[in-house]
Design a protein around this ligand. Structure first.
Ligand SMILES: Nc1ncnc2c1ncn2[C@@H]1O[C@H](COP(=O)(O)OP(=O)(O)OP(=O)(O)O)[C@@H](O)[C@H]1O
Ligand SMILES: N[C@@H](CCO)C(=O)O
Length: 312
């Protein structure tokens, strides 16, 4: 038996980007070159095994059967119609319940690695459908706004219509995204449960204006307009109570020149947009002092990762 091995890196992502609850998300990578994402290795083996390692391995479920990587392998075997004997290794570099698409990194990394290992039996649509299904098992509802950007890279708008799950949207290349993870956990399922079941008509109209205006500004390259449209009236008003000093921190980053700020995914990570590196560095320093709660917290100045998951 010839030994074969490959490793896939799947990057962090920020879902929602304030205006696009469940329908907008972007992959991100730190400008420092740090690889902010999970790595999944698939190797030839006589029988299936899963090994987990990495900084956040202790936060994973104790029973490997509850690790989403195991469930991805099961789903991939089901789609292939046979049990696939491979050894899988998860390097869990992403904190869980961070708002940075941690489970999406594991899901996307697993499917991309298995698909590459078995010479690409599934196309992009089939893979993305399975990724959404697995991500849905964790948060309680299928939403592609982490898995699509993590897999495809760039900023992704979820269409889920006429056989198209997601389309790439132009982004502002001079924008820096300062990401601050405070080091505490917010469960996606719980952060979804606190949202209202119904919204007022005025809120629906405002939301339509924000998301439509933002997409229009991206396509017409109007960065000031785009930044002013980055408003979240769907999740932020209800979720900010789960985040430390959120209102005060938003005020202070604005004073430093932030173009916009908001919650990454379901939190607790916060994102802040700046169009100058010097401003981004000042904002990062402020976030380190005001927003981080313990030694597990971190900040990164990021750009949008246009590549998405890749074999390394
Ligand atoms: N490989 C894995 N990576 C991350 N979470 C996993 C994994 N396997 C199982 N889980 C479980 O899935 C759940 C993930 O919770 P949740 O969706 O809140 O986190 P998340 O994916 O990190 O969130 P976010 O998208 O906001 O970063 C946890 O209960 C965790 O134990
Ligand atoms: N759009 C989802 C992302 C969760 O990662 C939410 O905000 O609940």
């Amino acid at each position: 038996m010839n030994h074969k091995s490959l490793t896939v890196y799947a990057p962090a992502s920020m879902a929602n980007i304030s205006v696009g609850f469940d329908i907008l998300g972007a992959a991100i990578s730190p400008i420092s070159g740090v690889m902010l994402g999970d790595c999944i290795t698939v190797e030839t083996a006589k029988e299936f095994s899963l090994t987990s390692k990495g900084q956040f391995v202790k936060k994973l479920p104790r029973d490997p059967k509850y690790n989403i990587v195991f469930q991805c392998w099961q789903r991939f075997c089901q789609a292939m119609g046979r049990t696939l004997p491979v050894s899988m290794t998860l390097e869990k570099n992403m904190p869980i319940g961070s708002g940075l698409g941690s489970s999406a990194c594991s899901v996307v990394g697993s499917f991309v690695a298995l698909n590459a290992f078995f010479d690409k039996p599934f196309n992009q649509f089939e893979l993305l459908s399975m990724m959404g299904e697995l991500e849905g098992r964790i948060s309680g509802s299928v939403h592609y706004d982490n898995v699509a950007p993590c897999y495809l890279g760039g900023m992704q708008l979820i269409l889920d219509e006429m056989g198209i799950i997601s389309e790439s949207i132009p982004h502002f290349e001079d924008w820096y995204w300062v990401m601050a993870y405070p080091g505490i956990k917010v469960s996606t399922a719980e952060a979804r449960a606190i949202l209202p079941a119904l919204y007022q008509k005025a809120d629906c109209v405002a939301h339509g204006r924000y998301v439509g205006g933002f997409i229009h500004a991206c396509y017409t390259n109007q960065s000031e307009l785009a930044a002013s449209m980055l408003c979240d009236n769907i999740a932020e008003p209800y979720r900010k109570q789960l985040l430390p000093n959120f209102d005060e921190t938003q005020k202070r980053v604005k004073q430093l020149g932030a173009l916009a700020s908001g919650i990454s995914g379901s939190g607790p990570t916060m994102f802040v947009v700046a169009d100058k590196l010097e401003t981004a560095r000042q904002i990062e320093s402020l976030l380190q002092h005001c927003y981080l709660q313990n030694d597990e917290g971190f900040t990164h100045i990021c750009k949008i990762d246009t590549q998405g998951a890749k074999v390394i």
